[in-house]
Design a protein around this ligand. Structure first.
Ligand SMILES: C[S@@+](CC[C@H](N)C(=O)[O-])C[C@H]1O[C@@H](n2cnc3c(N)ncnc32)[C@H](O)[C@@H]1O
Length: 428
């Protein structure tokens, strides 16, 4: 069974190594839990494992053998953190070569894992001398975080390497947070002043969460829950949620104010179906559109919105603990392109906001380039855009908004900036 879980995980990780999709695309509800665990652990510890493989392997594996490379990482990771006996780990990993139909690799896998067992302490001590292996992040990210957050950089990297908590958002239209906790006898902790957020002390899968199917709660990190609160939704307002799937923030807005008229957009039907499913589970309605938010003429009815939420596509460098494959998939060179996408969305959506209205820009990035710098450039080019002061119970004020770092109050790293649209006459 474990042998199969390892082989399935090796095939998934092979795809990630080749940049063919992400963990989110390959891991489904049908994926065995042990396979999921191997995939996440290998991604989380990828830079240590890659360093160990470099020391242990006579040569870098060929691309077509990336499954064996991944399998070796799975075996090494188990030798580091599993309570199973070493001989059992070696035997399962070697046997997984059969399942992968690469019996030629059995001797190699056996030799490498035994070599590691025999000199484990030395290999692990030597890895501490390599910065990527020591901190388990790519060098570009370590450098960026060190420069941006000279006091907190080690704390950020360490938070990124932890398993994330399971945080719920209680649907206060159906049940108060206090009643939810009492009704199900749930062992959980609150997050600062976030009234609907709780962190479960005993995490479990979504289908086992009490009241989940009935729409009493959703899974959503505390930082993500701050977005809707910063938009201060009021009765019957029209709100555009421009990058809405899977609908976490759309649904939270409706939980805060069910009379809102929300238009929720995302790029593909696969993504918008998730919004529809969440709305249905929680008992809300919204206008859900499958469209490119930038192509305004294809979907906009020319009625300006009271408020716009732009939860922009970004590097996701604030949620690495939830999506550890970001460490392998995102490159420094991707950031410029993402900033361009963020600027395009801001530029194209700004005319859809009514004068006096608010646009909330949100990312799950901790890179200033995607956050304050994007807003700085935008307000410099739009005299009607004025940054509004915002504050949250945790995180820090920045020049143009608010930044939460990964691990602050056990939450993800998020950025928010609130822009007011001045009436034309009052703009400078
Ligand atoms: C950070 S996620 C949104 C999460 C969502 N707001 C929530 O809280 O559940 C960003 C989303 O933007 C979507 N996206 C990216 N570019 C887009 C575009 N040009 N138009 C519409 N959606 C876009 C992506 O498909 C992705 O679902």
């Amino acid at each position: 069974m474990k042998q199969n879980s390892k082989a399935i995980a090796a095939n998934i990780l092979k795809k990630i190594l080749q940049h063919e999709g992400s963990l989110a695309t390959h891991i489904t509800t049908d994926t065995p839990p042990q396979t999921k665990y191997y995939c996440y652990q290998v991604c989380r510890n990828f830079f240590l494992l890659a360093h160990l493989c470099k020391q242990l392997l006579p040569k870098q594996p060929r691309q077509k053998d990336n499954d064996i490379y991944a399998l070796l990482m799975i075996g090494l990771q188990a030798l580091i953190d599993s309570e199973d006996p070493d001989y059992a780990i070696v035997s399962e990993t070697v046997n997984a070569c059969h399942t992968l139909q690469k019996t030629w690799a059995k001797a190699l896998v056996n030799k490498v894992l035994r070599q590691f067992i025999n000199h484990k302490e030395t290999y692990l001590a030597n890895a501490q001398k390599n910065i990527e292996a020591k901190f388990n992040h790519p060098a570009w990210y370590i450098d960026a975080v060190k420069t941006l957050y000279p006091q907190q950089w080690q704390q950020i990297l360490s938070s990124n390497n932890q398993k994330p908590p399971l945080t719920l958002r209680i649907n206060n239209q159906k049940i108060t947070t206090k009643k939810y906790l009492e009704q199900y006898g749930i062992n959980a902790q609150p997050i600062a002043d976030l009234t609907s957020a709780i962190i479960l002390n005993n995490p479990c899968s979504a289908e086992k969460i009490p009241g989940f199917a009935e729409g009493q709660c959703s899974i959503q990190d505390g930082s993500a829950q701050c977005a809707a609160t910063l938009l201060f939704p009021q009765d019957a307002e029209t709100i555009l949620d421009a990058c809405a799937a899977p609908g976490g923030k759309t649904c939270h807005l409706l939980e805060m104010c069910p009379t809102l008229k929300i238009t929720a957009i995302d790029l593909t039907t696969q993504r918008t179906e998730k919004i529809d499913n969440n709305l249905q589970r929680l008992g809300f309605n919204a206008k859900v559109l499958n469209a490119n938010a930038n192509e305004v003429d294809s979907w906009w009815d020319k009625k300006v919105f009271d408020k716009i939420l732009l939860d922009a596509p970004c590097s996701a460098t604030g949620i690495i603990r939830r999506q550890p494959d970001i460490k392998l998939l995102k490159q420094q060179t991707d950031i410029d392109n993402l900033c361009q996408q963020q600027q395009n969305l801001l530029n194209n959506l700004w005319p859809l906001l009514k004068p006096g209205g608010t646009l909330l820009y949100v990312t799950c990035s901790i890179l200033k380039q995607e956050n304050d710098e994007v807003i700085k450039q935008f307000v410099n080019q739009h005299s009607q855009a004025k940054v509004q002061s915002i504050s949250l119970p945790f995180g820090n004020k920045t020049d143009y908004g608010w930044q939460i770092l990964p691990g602050d109050k056990h939450c993800d790293g998020f950025y928010y900036s609130s822009l007011k649209k001045l009436p034309v006459s009052s703009s400078p």
